[in-house]
Ligand binder design. Structure first.
Ligand SMILES: *Cc1c(COP(=O)(O)O)cnc(C)c1O
Length: 226
């Protein structure tokens, strides 16, 4: 086994253990491998270990990998900040975008999604910390944005994503993640129909799964330090 294969099975074991302690089925949590800064060989090695969903932060870098690996049935997620002038690249190449934080970006993505492709799968990024430097929508603004995004023809709103600041303890991490989970539950009560709660990274995936995450985005625990 390659190092990447070994690390992927270790991460999958962590996910299984966290699901078990939370009384959830392992199949309820998807592993997104975050391959930013790593090359095509690393993605191919992870794919050989059965990993099919990959996340990229830097749009140009992601588009290059997507083009080079077009022959593999990989699901590509854009998980980095999106400027207006990059929406076309995202709409044309990615399957998912998890970082929608304003309507203007969502409208451009919908307009620019090529008609021959499936709708772009979208998560709204939520800012639960209130930190000014962080992107994401304030929790009280998520419902209105979700309604507007749901009405766009070439997007499919799937859920919420958040990147809280690293918290000092498991309990503190859970408190932040549960804040996002509460917004997710509220939107579903309002009839928005979400199935994806993208929370947790290498360091805090256990707290995220314990708080209801359905997708963990894991980079360094699979590919090594960046
Ligand atoms: C880099 C990144 C990750 C992965 O972080 P690790 O700590 O390496 O697991 C997850 N989500 C986002 C949005 C990232 O930018």
């Amino acid at each position: 086994m390659t190092m990447i294969q070994t690390q992927i099975s270790a991460v999958r074991s962590r996910i299984d253990a966290a699901c078990q302690s939370a009384g959830r089925a392992s199949a309820a949590v998807t592993l997104l491998a975050v391959s930013k800064t790593f090359g095509i060989d690393a993605v191919t090695a992870a794919y050989a270990a059965g990993q099919t969903a990959f996340g990229e932060n830097y749009i140009q870098e992601g588009v290059q990998k997507i083009a080079a690996l077009r022959h593999l049935p990989i699901e590509w997620h854009c998980i980095g900040p999106i400027q207006s002038n990059k929406t076309r690249l995202v709409a044309e190449h990615f399957d998912w975008v998890q970082t929608v934080d304003r309507l203007k970006i969502a409208q451009r993505l919908s307009e620019q999604r090529p008609l021959g492709l499936a709708p772009l799968q979208v998560c709204i990024q939520v800012n639960v910390d209130g930190g000014v430097s962080k992107s994401g929508v304030a929790p009280q603004e998520v419902l209105a944005l979700a309604r507007a995004v749901s009405a766009l023809p070439h997007l499919r709103l799937r859920g919420l994503m958040s990147i809280p600041e690293p918290a000092p303890t498991f309990i503190a991490s859970c408190a932040l993640f549960k804040g996002v989970a509460a917004v997710f539950d509220q939107l579903n009560r309002e009839g928005i129909g979400l199935d994806t709660l993208s929370l947790g990274m290498s360091a805090d995936l256990e707290a995220a799964i314990s708080s209801g995450s359905t997708m963990v985005r894991v980079g360094s625990a699979i590919f090594g330090a960046r």
